[in-house]
Design a protein around this ligand. Structure first.
Ligand SMILES: Nc1ncnc2c1ncn2[C@@H]1O[C@H](COP(=O)(O)OP(=O)(O)O)[C@@H](O)[C@H]1O
Ligand SMILES: N[C@@H](CCC(=O)OP(=O)(O)O)C(=O)O
Length: 366
């Protein structure tokens, strides 16, 4: 399976390629990637770039060997502009900056807006350059690593191929930086526990997540039918091989029957803010016209608002589905405590569905 016949590509570039010395922004490896992007555009392919490296690029201006989270945010703010300036100069095509948080991607309205903006940029020959908005994110609001952020972006824009450029040739059966006998896996058609066990974390101080987050990202992208590659961004031949239709690293084959996009968004992008434990006898509601009402609730856990994603579970902990809440946790708790015969409340979800079925995602372990 080659990338040459793919219309829309998402390319993710890791920090080590932007800052090979751990600090500042270097064009050394970015030149090859910029040329590759340029060539893809000449071949009439559309490209979205997801670039890490703002923290590493900004580190040069801070005399701080062990930066706190607050200082890292400041590094990201300072480094983002020099990283963007570098791409702007090297790609030599119009570029646009898109900074996202997980909260943006989890909100359906903002998600659709992000999709539309990226589509408009691509339609006008502009290269969107995406990064996490590290300066404004907190633990709860961030994706935390650009591999998963890039996979969510690839799903949002319906990419045909997703390429993660990193500092090793691809996924090995064990970390090649620790084991000299590690073997490269060229093609992966199923991502299972065995694959996750091979993947370790990052060793370098610039990288986030290591292979672990790359496998998570590959799982997300392939579930939407997107062919995914991990390639060595240090090597010019990786990009020559890709342009010749070859696989220079590891290729994760996209699902033949991809998930429907809105179900994919609910499953792989949104984060559940709370949990509603429902009656075991009601789990069949997912494939029927039946609605879930407050009578079916056993417990409400966590705090959520109308429109937030919630997890539906049964008493034994089985995850049934992810869905959009039609009522807040506060109201559901209140209703649950009230005698169901007491109809004093103006809004009573006894007869109305407590969740919206529009973006409902049935979970596999149900
Ligand atoms: N099984 C494995 N195969 C390849 N690399 C691995 C594996 N397990 C852990 N790694 C580590 O993952 C690193 C790449 O991830 P990371 O440092 O986060 O890069 P990036 O900045 O490109 O996201 C490699 O340098 C390697 O140390
Ligand atoms: N958003 C951060 C990068 C986070 C990240 O995932 O880094 P990496 O593992 O190098 O892709 C930054 O711009 O520094």
């Amino acid at each position: 399976m080659s990338i040459t016949d793919k219309q829309r590509l998402v390319i993710k570039v890791g920090s080590a390629l932007i800052a090979p010395t751990n600090s500042g922004c270097s064009e050394k490896y970015l030149k090859n990637i910029a040329q590759f992007i340029h060539q893809c555009r000449l071949n009439d392919q559309q490209v979205v770039l997801v670039s890490s490296g703002s923290v590493a690029a900004g580190r040069q201006w801070f005399n701080d060997p062990a930066p706190s989270m607050a200082i890292k945010k400041a590094m990201a703010a300072a480094g983002q502009t020099s990283m963007m300036a570098m791409w702007d100069r090297l790609i030599n095509l119009p570029v646009a900056q898109i900074l996202l948080t997980h909260a943006d991607l989890c909100d359906r309205e903002r998600y659709v807006s992000i999709k539309e903006t990226i589509n408009s940029l691509l339609d006008n020959g502009i290269i969107p350059i995406v990064n996490e908005n590290d300066t404004v994110t907190s633990e709860e609001l961030k994706v935390g690593d650009n591999d998963n952020l890039a996979a969510m972006t690839a799903a949002a824009v319906n990419a045909d191929a997703f390429i993660m450029c990193t500092d090793v040739d691809g996924l090995y059966d064990k970390n090649p930086h620790k084991f000299s006998d590690a073997t490269l896996l060229k093609t992966i058609d199923t991502i299972d526990e065995r694959i996750y066990q091979m993947a370790g974390g990052a060793i370098s101080s610039t990288g986030t997540g290591g292979m672990q987050t790359k496998i998570e990202a590959a799982e997300k992208a392939t579930a939407q039918g997107i062919d995914t590659f991990i390639v060595n961004g240090f090597e010019a031949h990786s990009f020559h091989n890709l342009l010749e239709g070859q696989n220079p690293g590891s290729h994760f084959i996209g699902y033949e029957t991809p998930m429907e996009p809105s179900q994919h968004w609910m499953t792989h992008t949104t984060k559940a803010c709370g949990e509603v434990v429902i009656d075991e006898d009601k789990t069949g509601f997912t494939d029927s016209n039946e609605v879930l009402t407050s009578d079916d609730i056993i417990a409400v856990k966590g705090e959520f608002s109308v429109g937030d994603t919630i997890l539906l579970t049964t008493d034994d902990g089985t995850q049934v589905a992810k869905a959009t809440a039609n009522y807040s946790s506060c109201l559901l708790n209140y209703i649950k405590q009230e005698d169901s015969s007491d109809s004093s409340s103006a809004i009573q979800p006894q007869h109305h569905s407590i969740i919206s079925k529009k973006h409902l995602a049935v979970l596999e372990n149900a």
